[in-house]
Design a protein around this ligand. Structure first.
Ligand code: Q9C
Ligand code: ZN
Length: 644
């Protein structure tokens, strides 16, 4: 199994720089690269990666995407005088050439391709390329927006050629639209290009009509293609055009994404393509913000626990409108949208045509220093569980050594504690002479998680419902503020804790006994024919609700008569690791121990997810999820993103 993270970096790419005054280009500085690398070293992340040396991309590789005319133009620049360089640069929008630009641009291409090789050959699981100049704005015949060669587009073509891939996903989280990538693959259904970008109704650079939501691709690229239908897209490789210019303090993007946001974006994408994920640097112009965000990305690629997201978990109206429009316009091409009742909100024809482009604010040193200070404090407040000890397991004597560290039980003291907990729950089990060991084991695991000695843990229990109730009570006693308890199957967790301290979500084949409340939700889910069909409730319901809730600890309970299969369960476990700083206690009913490996693997992240293609759910299931979403939308605002 592939493991490890490739890191591409070379000082030489800092030689490309702006030689004259140009207020548009002066933010793309060599320090963008060096400061990232310095920060990575501070967090001891460099030594944890497999370092991949850069090489020059060949002319043939460059011409996978660019014309030979354009290549010839770039090739002439190293010999030019400054005057000629200025002239050549002025022929493009927001571009500068330096005598070393050609060399650096070739290194950026070659470094990116070497990372793709590391990931595709299985030498590493994933990778990150810290390179410049960036790539996503450059086009077949032109440089644009600080970009010379389109590193990511070349990587996609290269991976397809060399490894015979049919489907590559490119996710572009740079604040700008990577129009270069869009143009290159516009009619090509084998590369799915996903970009989110600042647009401002076409006032934000690159101020293109075709950056709007209604550009869905052309010809075969539109999706209804019999050879490679877009509505069954299961990528084999994910490339990220990773710009960090939506980061807090960025003078160009003027947005406010904190570094943790990038950890979560990375985490979501790691669930695709068997974990084959290549992250390639694009923009990002506030040095501290950029470097912290790059570190967050790399930490996540390395499998570290995720930091919590802060801020109000409610989308603004304008964001909802955009998401809605995108879903509406893509409904014809994607099966996962087919049951949704959506139509575009806005009539495009009535939109203003003549708008003046927004001027990006120029770096204001006062503001930039303020962000520096904010980030310094902010990063100190993000506490990370120690990554070297991750999972602990308490099963029974024979399984106790499955994973270290095993739990130590101080029988007498712990039994006292357990009895106190049980009496509060008026469960008089001791009298019936039941074996209380499994509860003791569970408490020992839970203690280790709460004390942050391990990130997560697992315990087997003869009665998971009662175990969960004990766990919740124990959390309350130890002042854990908010606990998320997601159970699958016949599990009935009784708790008298106040609303808000616990969020219970039960996924059950049986209809709920009582109606749902904000903090007690039943997802009535019947077992389907397909095993891959847990995507929509996981992504469209459970994730938005739990991200809105922001728990301090997550308990996952697996009871009897589950209607969710192995794949669904590991998807759930992996997605929920984005919450509660990845603190998870998994409880399994004794009868379900065959699931043990399927749970341990995602918990230890020694695991490459593989879900296959999306399969449409039973209509009744989908309908119930939609209803539940509508019902809970006012309580859990993030649900508004996945439906009206
Ligand atoms: N008023 C990348 O982030 N800004 N390129 C032009 C004109 C150009 C961004 C502003 C921004 C280029 C890779
Ligand atoms: Zn950008």
């Amino acid at each position: 199994m592939a493991s490890g993270t490739a890191l591409v970096y070379d000082d030489e790419m800092t030689s490309h720089k702006l030689l004259w005054d140009d207020p548009v280009c002066d933010i793309e500085v060599p320090e963008r690269l060096s400061s990232c690398y310095e920060r990575l070293k501070c967090y001891n992340l460099v030594e944890r990666c497999v370092s991949v040396p850069v090489r020059e991309g060949t002319e043939e590789e460059v011409m996978l995407v660019h014309s030979s005319d354009y290549l010839e133009t770039v090739k002439r620049t190293p010999k030019m005088t400054e005057e000629e360089l200025r002239k050549t640069s002025a022929g493009y929008d927001a571009v500068f050439f330096h005598p070393t630009t050609y060399r650096c641009a070739k290194l950026a291409v070659g470094g990116t391709l070497d990372m793709v090789d590391a990931v595709m050959s299985g030498k590493t699981q994933n990778g990150m390329a810290l390179i410049r100049p960036p790539g996503h704005h450059s086009q077949r015949n032109e440089a644009n927006g600080f970009c010379i060669f389109n590193n990511v587009a070349i990587a996609a073509k290269y991976a397809q050629r060399k490894y015979g891939l049919q489907r590559v996903l490119v996710v572009d989280w740079d604040v700008h639209h990577g129009q270069g990538i869009q143009y290159i693959f516009n009619e090509d259904p084998s590369v799915l290009y996903f970009s989110w970008h600042r647009y401002e109704h076409q006032q934000y650079w690159p101020t293109l009509r075709e950056s709007d939501y209604d550009s869905v691709g052309q010809g075969n690229g539109k999706g209804f293609n019999i050879n490679v239908p877009w509505n069954k897209f299961d990528p084999e490789l994910v490339l990220v055009s990773a710009g960090y210019d939506s980061g807090i303090g960025d003078p160009e993007g003027q947005m406010s994404a904190t570094p943790e946001c990038f950890a979560h974006l990375t985490h979501f994408l790691m669930q695709l393509a068997k974990g084959k994920l290549c992250v390639v640097l694009e923009g990002g112009y506030h040095l501290r913000s950029l470097s912290e965000s790059v570190c967050m990305t790399l930490k996540t690629l390395l499998g570290d626990p995720l930091p919590r997201l802060s801020g109000e978990m409610a989308p603004c109206l304008s964001a909802l409108e955009s998401i809605h429009n995108v879903r509406a316009v893509h409904k014809p091409y994607w099966k996962c949208l087919m049951h949704e009742d959506i139509a575009p909100l806005q009539d495009l024809s009535t939109r203003a045509q003549l708008l003046t482009p927004l001027e990006a604010g120029r770096p204001n040193s006062e503001e930039a220093i303020k962000t520096d200070k904010f980030l310094e404090l902010h990063m100190k407040n993000i506490s990370f569980p120690r990554p070297h000890v991750k999972t602990t397991v308490a099963v029974d004597e024979s399984n106790a050594r499955l994973l270290s560290p095993s739990v130590q039980i101080d029988k007498e003291k712990d039994m006292k504690e357990l009895k106190a907990l049980l009496s509060g729950l008026d469960a008089d089990l001791a009298k019936e002479g039941k074996d209380l060991n499994s509860f003791l084991n569970m408490l020992a695991v839970l203690d280790k998680i709460i004390k942050n000695e391990v990130t997560n843990g697992l315990a087997v229990s003869s009665e998971v419902s009662l175990s969960s109730a004990i766990a919740l009570k124990h959390c309350h006693n130890l002042k854990v503020q908010k606990v998320l308890c997601v159970s699958v199957g016949d599990v009935d967790v009784k708790t008298d804790l106040d609303d808000g301290k616990v969020l219970l979500i039960n996924i059950s084949a049986k209809p709920p006994k009582k109606s749902d409340t904000k903090y007690n939700i039943t997802v009535n889910w019947e077992k389907g024919i397909e095993t891959n069909n847990f995507f929509s409730p996981a992504l469209g319901l459970i994730l938005p609700v739990t991200y809105s809730y922001q728990p301090d600890l997550t308990i996952i309970v697996l009871g009897p008569n589950r209607s969710v299969g192995q794949n669904g369960i590991s998807l759930l476990i992996r997605l929920l690791q984005g919450l509660a700083q990845s603190h998870i206690l998994a409880l399994i009913q004794e009868t379900e121990v065959t699931l043990l490996q399927d749970i341990i693997k995602p918990l230890t992240s020694d695991f490459t997810p593989s879900f296959g293609t999306y399969a449409p759910d039973l209509k009744e299931n989908v309908q119930r999820v939609i209803e539940l979403r509508e019902q809970l939308q006012n309580e859990w605002k993030l649900l508004q993103c996945s439906g009206k």
